[in-house]
Ligand binder design. Structure first.
Ligand code: UD1
Ligand code: CA
Length: 466
């Protein structure tokens, strides 16, 4: 698209009361400014110029590496008109139109911007403002109209009784023809705030005979401007709901959508069911026909089709293959791969391990830095002792192995194909294929011992030394 986009991101955002710049606060997995820019980028404009304040270098750093962005510095945060003015020397001369977006308006949809641009260009106005209606105009600038035309925007600080009925407000999105840009120099300073308001371009335009149109095509939720923590939490709930409704439209079932958080980049296949209080973060991909039960947390994972994740499991940066069952109360830590049709049961922790197809580790185990071959059974309470206090070591368990319950495998160690490890063993040496390894004290039975002890006790004799 042959327009230039200017995104205003130079304000200090003091109403947020934060040590972090306002625009770097997150809405689900992305910062406010990333979301605004992502939408701006999707329009494929000639260029995007982001206005930043030198004091908020963190914003520039956070956006560095994105070659599609240009930066303009606003030396002092002297208001939105001053911010826009700071961008002008960077704007490509060949752009006929300039779209201005407040950086703190992250929920706006590309579709709405396209419609706004098309309606604005189609009107006879060289300056258009995207507006919306709200029952609670609070901090937004009120749109003053005369007939169809906009003749002013009144900011909260300047509101008088005559504006109290106005429910149409400014979204902070403007389209200007390049011939109107000169108006910016005519904007006077707002005496109350000591700032130059971009909104005052309207009165300046009207005075100069430039017609201004107000285009009201989107709702309050979409055009929410984020100034405070309250706005932030509202934005999170709007976006969360939007994402979940999109997923429902794509065939995902939610038992109680109000309690679920799913990042916008997450993909979920048809006929998967999500139970209450589930959180799925970052670009996780969940397959078809999965069941994800209550309270589970999944971050940056690939979960293939037909997987069941039972309640309160935590799965982080890992790959769970088709048909596997995880949990309840399992913890899969980064860089793990859980094989097809395998079962990782309750209170099992897996870290940086490859679990083969059909492996069962059903109860109370720690599997760290291990490779486990197909069809192996890991008994309850098995622990890979992977850390010697200095370094981590690998445990390799080949196919079809049976590890008896309560075994410790002291890494580095290899258990050969088809071997057995007797329950309660501490394995310090490699076990050859098909062998039985057993390392525990021989059992001794002392006949009638309990009876003798009871007799002594009854006679009042000392039993402490038994
Ligand atoms: C602004 C509008 C208001 C509109 C609302 C929509 C003005 C004067 N008011 O109010 O009419 O209803 O947005 O959300 O424009 N910024 C700079 N440099 C500055 C000041 C601000 O770059 O010196 C940037 C901010 O980073 C922010 C944007 O401009 O992204 C808007 O600034 P903000 O202070 O949030 O304006 P509002 O009071 O919300
Ligand atoms: Ca704002």
């Amino acid at each position: 698209m042959s327009i230039s986009v200017v995104v205003l991101a130079g304000g200090l955002g003091t109403r947020m009361r934060s040590q972090t710049p306002k625009l770097l606060h997150k809405i689900l997995n992305k910062t406010i400014i990333e979301r605004t820019l992502q939408t701006a980028l999707s329009l494929n404009p000639r260029e995007i110029i982001v206005v930043i304040n030198p004091k908020l270098d963190a914003i520039r750093k956070a956006l560095e590496g994105n070659d599609s962005l240009k930066f303009a510095i606003q030396k002092q945060p002297l208001g939105t008109a001053d911010a826009f003015k700071s961008a002008l020397p960077s704007v490509d001369n060949s752009s006929e139109w300039i779209l201005v977006i407040n950086g703190d308006t992250p929920l706006i949809k590309a579709q709405t911007l396209l419609e706004f641009i098309s309606k604005a260009k189609g009107s006879s106005s060289a300056l258009s403002i995207l507006t919306f209606k709200t029952e609670t105009p609070s901090d937004y600038g009120r749109i003053v109209r005369s007939g169809d035309d906009v003749i002013g925007i009144v900011e909260k600080t300047d509101i008088t009784d005559e504006h109290s009925h106005i429910k149409e407000v400014n979204s902070g999105v403007y389209l200007l023809h390049k011939n109107t840009v000169y108006l910016i120099d005519k904007i006077p300073m707002n005496e109350k705030k000591g700032e130059y308001y971009l909104t005052d371009i309207v009165t300046v335009a009207v005075k100069s005979g430039v017609k201004v149109s107000g285009i009201c095509i989107a709702d309050e939720d979409e055009l929410l401007g984020i100034n405070s923590r309250r706005d932030l939490s509202r934005a999170i709930s709007v976006l969360r709901k939007r994402k979940i409704e999109d997923l429902m439209d794509e065939g995902v079932t939610f038992i109680d959508p109000q309690t679920v958080y799913i990042d916008t980049d997450v993909e979920i296949g048809v006929d998967t069911t999500i139970y209450p209080n589930v959180i799925i973060e970052n670009a996780s991909i969940i397959g078809k026909h999965c069941m994800i039960y209550q309270g589970s947390y999944i971050n940056q994972c690939i979960i293939e089709d037909d997987v069941v994740i039972k309640g309160f499991s935590v799965i982080n940066q890992s790959h769970v293959k088709k048909g596997a069952t995880i949990g309840p109360f399992a913890h899969i830590r980064p860089q793990s791969s859980i094989g097809e049709d395998s079962r990782i049961g309750n209170f099992v922790e897996v870290k940086k391990s490859n679990i083969g197809k059909g492996v069962k580790a059903s109860h109370l185990s720690y599997i760290g830095d291990a490779d486990i071959g197909q069809g192996t059974n890991i008994g309850a309470g098995t622990i890979t002792c992977n850390y010697d206090g200095v370094k981590k070591h690998k445990t390799i368990i080949e196919e079809g192995v049976f590890i008896g319950s309560d075994s410790q495998l002291i890494a580095p160690v290899r258990i050969g194909k088809g071997a057995y490890v007797g329950a309660g063993s501490t394995i310090t040496k490699d076990v050859p294929s098909n062998a039985l390894a057993i390392s525990r004290a021989m059992q001794r039975n002392i006949p009638e011992w309990a009876k003798r002890r009871a007799d002594k006790q009854n006679k009042g004799e000392n039993i402490d030394k038994e």
